[in-house]
Design a protein around this ligand. Sequence first.
Ligand SMILES: Nc1ncnc2c1ncn2[C@@H]1O[C@H](COP(=O)(O)OP(=O)(O)OP(=O)(O)O)[C@@H](O)[C@H]1O
Ligand SMILES: [Mg+2]
Length: 259
Amino acid sequence: MASADRSDLVRSTGDVMVRTVDLVRTYQLGAEPVHALRGVNLEIKRGQFVTLKGRSGSGKTTLLNVISGLDTPTSGTVDLLGHDLSRASEKELLELRRRHIGFVFQSFALIPTFSAFENVDLMLRIGGFDRRERSRRVREVLELVGLMKWAGHRPYELSGGQQQRVAIARALANQPEMVIADEPTGELDSVTGRQILELFREIVDSEGVTLVMATHDPTVEDYADFIYELVDGRIQEAKDMRNYLGDLSSRTRTTEVAR
Ligand SMILES: Nc1ncnc2c1ncn2[C@@H]1O[C@H](COP(=O)(O)OP(=O)(O)OP(=O)(O)O)[C@@H](O)[C@H]1O
Ligand SMILES: [Mg+2]
């Protein structure tokens, strides 16, 4: 996809997926409080590729957990798709996650005795889709991640990069609005990691999905729309990478060539 199409997409999807206000998360570890988030304000718009960077312990995973309703903030609010999460019941949170969010983890989290097809299919079975619809959608997402030929393979018969592609297909299976990815390239070599970031970029563009990714991977600068730098539970810097579109920066060129 040309970069012009991409910036049009971002401009035309102005609505807010996630908004946090003064988000604080303090863990109590024995007598000592651990300040994982110390007042995070951010806004994530539909159709964006958003990255959280920062050193180990800076609060990336905590922030992902809180914005997806897996964890509850100590104070402050999260608005997810127009829902104030502090007012949502456990059941509503579960439903929000199941319908609207796909998760991708560092260690893939595939079921080892299931084929690629079955791993993706399981997500749709949980969602209550009928067999024919499931079969169609599983093929569609495996095609999207370039793995249709490996549909019958089990995780141990796949490379790390291929396993992560299965996990991405699984996350996309029931067409969530948002994908949360915590260090998805953390266990991959740098070449494979770049391919996975490239795939995420393509998916954000082609499916219109919103991606929020925590990563240490510096390569992500070539693919993300926004980068938030976390330092000790606070956002220290917010970089709008789309400003680089339209000029001749190496970023735009690299992304173009890579596709
Ligand atoms: N369940 C918990 N109980 C107590 N402290 C926690 C808990 N989860 C996280 N923390 C602490 O909160 C802080 C932020 O942790 P978090 O996992 O969000 O960091 P991170 O940026 O994801 O780090 P990494 O890059 O290593 O994954 C750390 O000091 C961590 O020790
Ligand atoms: Mg983490």
